[in-house]
Write a protein that binds this ligand. Structure first.
Ligand SMILES: [Zn+2]
Length: 133
């Protein structure tokens, strides 16, 4: 798909924190409540592709210009991933992503479609491609 035909239907910001920075993450969360965003629940442990505790903030494209600049100024030293939602989870978290602070290493394998992991598993086990039907 050509880049200019990809449609962004929304954005996520993932606010990462260590347990000793949970209070800072809570202050950022309070500030975010002033915007039209959906605040996800707290994850104190790594989950999915995310290597650290975090919570997710979902917002629509018109909110980007309000939410992201606010985060730039008020992130309290926390690392933040901002990514679009285009329907391609792997690309959205890698090629299309924007980071505030340090870029963390994501486990993107878990974002790949399930059939792909099954195929990888079979390759690893058998050492060659097998047709799965
Ligand atoms: Zn996300």
């Amino acid at each position: 798909m050509k880049a200019d035909t990809i449609e962004i239907v929304g954005f996520h910001a993932h606010i990462y924190f260590d347990t000793d920075r949970r209070d800072a993450a809570a202050r950022v969360r309070e500030g975010l409540a002033q915007f039209e965003v959906q605040l996800g629940r707290w994850h104190d442990k790594p989950i999915g592709p995310h290597p650290q505790g975090m919570y997710q903030v979902a917002f629509s494209p018109p909110q980007f210009g309000k939410v992201v600049p606010w985060l730039m100024l008020h992130r309290e030293g926390l690392n933040i991933l901002v990514h679009p939602e285009t329907g391609d989870d792997v690309a959205d978290h890698t090629l299309h992503s924007l980071w505030l602070g340090e870029k963390l290493e994501l486990n993107v394998e878990v974002l790949r479609p399930r059939t792909t992991s099954v195929r990888f598993y079979i390759i690893a086990q058998c050492g060659e491609w097998m047709f799965l039907g």
